[in-house]
Design a protein around this ligand. Structure first.
Ligand SMILES: Cc1ncc(COP(=O)(O)O)c(C=O)c1O
Length: 461
């Protein structure tokens, strides 16, 4: 029997609760007030567990499904909280916002719930489903401006002329407090979470979630880590945090249009500097792959901006020391964009390849290629075969095959390697093979055909 050595009783030192960081902007009381304010309209969205992602990172992964929020994104929280704070006079003069996406729908829905007239300015080329959804929520939609900058100017002029209140998408304390209600909800639904991963555009969502969670966790005597994720093509937070001031980055388009913001919000940057532990970036391919995994594995429709957290997880940019919660911030994706992103995601995951092969013009070549592809268990979706083309020899034919594969091209039986083996060593061109991962065209889309193509066989299913 083991006896513990006798000791004189010492008071056991309790670990000191983490000190509440001094975070500018809304206080914990503001966030809790906002939570009571938005409760009647904002859905308490589900928290799903992803075994697939959990296995990938070696820790439990929970997905906070704001893609299933009313209006399809978390934006309703901030908009409703901001509108609820307006005086009777302000409400009577109405509200105005400029947006090409989720903010428009959040403001329109919140205004309808509160009986406030909303005018939403949208860029001329806005996607039709977004325009229709905003109108369906009862807002007056005005199409103005080629770019969101021009649309913002038009909305500002309207506010000057009518006295309507501008509802900013992220840079306002009431908006931040509303978005922060999501953070409080996460702590209630996943109290054991040690890390939360959240998308960043202008910073309204991340500043709210991080500040609310840090303050609430400190009050509970614990801590929580918050990781922000930006699309590499629109990542002003990286230089802004390094420099300590808002920096505008050059505009490079991204499929994550919801977070395509090229300068941080002033208040948001101040809050994020004090409450977000790290900001990481993900590429367009990473986002497409994440969207595909969410669709296939979790059966969740998530828009590209809403999937960047999962992309960060899948690329090993989030170190897990316990359960991780990833915020899926929105699910509003145009079916045509979805089609393109799925195609891109398949190609980026090496599950769809286009092989371009130059062959000597002799009988049996196509059969040989088919054999090799069958060996590699690749499914041929489309074949293009031509004798004409720039740079081709007279004795040569070119073959372009679109194939569905079973994953990355490794090993002697991979589709790419089969393509390489198909190259006839006696062919006059040793570099006659190109295997490239290109997104497939939509099945029903017209494929551009060069005049020389002799035959197009679709074996698609
Ligand atoms: C789906 C989605 N996720 C994330 C964001 C980023 O929000 P914020 O600008 O508050 O950082 C947005 C912004 O509109 C969005 O629509």
């Amino acid at each position: 029997m083991n006896h513990a050595p006798e000791t004189t009783a010492q008071p056991i030192a309790q670990p000191a609760p983490p000190e509440a960081a001094v975070i500018p902007g809304p206080t914990l009381a503001d966030f809790e007030h906002a939570q009571r304010t938005v409760a009647p309209v904002a859905r308490r969205t589900p928290m799903e567990t992803s075994r697939h992602l959990g296995r990938l990172i070696g820790a439990p992964v929970h997905l906070k499904c704001e893609n299933l929020q009313r209006t399809g994104s978390y934006k309703l929280r901030g908009a409703f909280n901001r509108l609820s704070a307006l005086s009777a006079g302000e409400r009577a003069r109405g509200v105005v916002a400029a947006s090409a996406g989720n903010h428009a729908q959040g403001v329109a829905y919140a205004a309808r719930e509160l009986g406030i007239r909303a005018t939403i300015f949208m860029p001329v080329g806005v996607a039709l489903p977004k325009l229709e959804a905003t109108r369906d929520y009862g807002a007056d939609v005005v199409l103005s401006g080629e770019t969101i900058g021009e649309t913002l100017e038009a909305a500002a002029r309207f506010a000057d002329e009518t006295g309507a209140t501008i509802i900013p998408p992220f840079d306002h304390a009431d908006v931040v407090a509303g978005q922060g209600t999501l953070g409080l909800e996460i702590l209630e639904q996943a109290p054991d979470a040690t890390t939360v991963v959240v998308p960043i555009g202008g910073g309204g969502l991340a500043s709210g979630v991080a500040s609310a969670m840090k303050q609430k966790a400190a009050a509970l005597g614990r801590s929580i880590r918050v990781i922000g994720v930006q699309a590499e093509n629109a990542a002003p937070y990286v230089p802004s945090l390094a420099l300590g001031e808002a920096v505008t980055v050059p505009v490079v388009p991204t499929i994550a249009d919801g977070i395509a913001v090229y300068r941080p919000g002033e208040l948001n940057l101040e809050i994020i500097r004090e409450s977000v532990d790290e900001v990481v970036t993900v590429t367009e391919d990473d986002i497409a792959r994440a969207l595909l995994v969410l669709l296939e594995r979790a059966k969740l429709v998530v828009e590209p901006a809403g999937a960047v957290g999962v992309a960060a997880l899948m690329t090993g940019k989030v170190e897990a020391d316990g359960p991780v919660v990833v915020v899926l911030s929105g699910g509003n994706i145009d079916p045509l964009l979805m089609q393109r992103v799925i195609a891109h995601g398949l190609a980026a995951s090496d599950r769809y390849l286009t092989l371009r092969i130059g062959l000597p013009d002799r009988p049996g070549q196509l059969a040989r290629i088919s054999e090799l592809l069958a060996e590699a268990k690749a499914n041929v979706v489309e074949v293009l075969h031509t004798r004409h083309g720039a740079g081709m020899q007279i004795s040569e034919v070119a073959l372009e095959l679109s194939v569905e594969t079973r994953g990355p091209p490794t090993g002697p039986r991979s589709s790419r390697s089969c393509a390489a083996r198909a190259t006839n060593p006696r062919s006059s061109r040793s570099d006659a093979v190109a295997a490239s991962a290109t997104p497939p065209p939509p099945r029903n889309a017209e494929r551009p055909r060069s005049g020389g193509r002799s035959r197009s066989v679709s074996t698609g299913h």
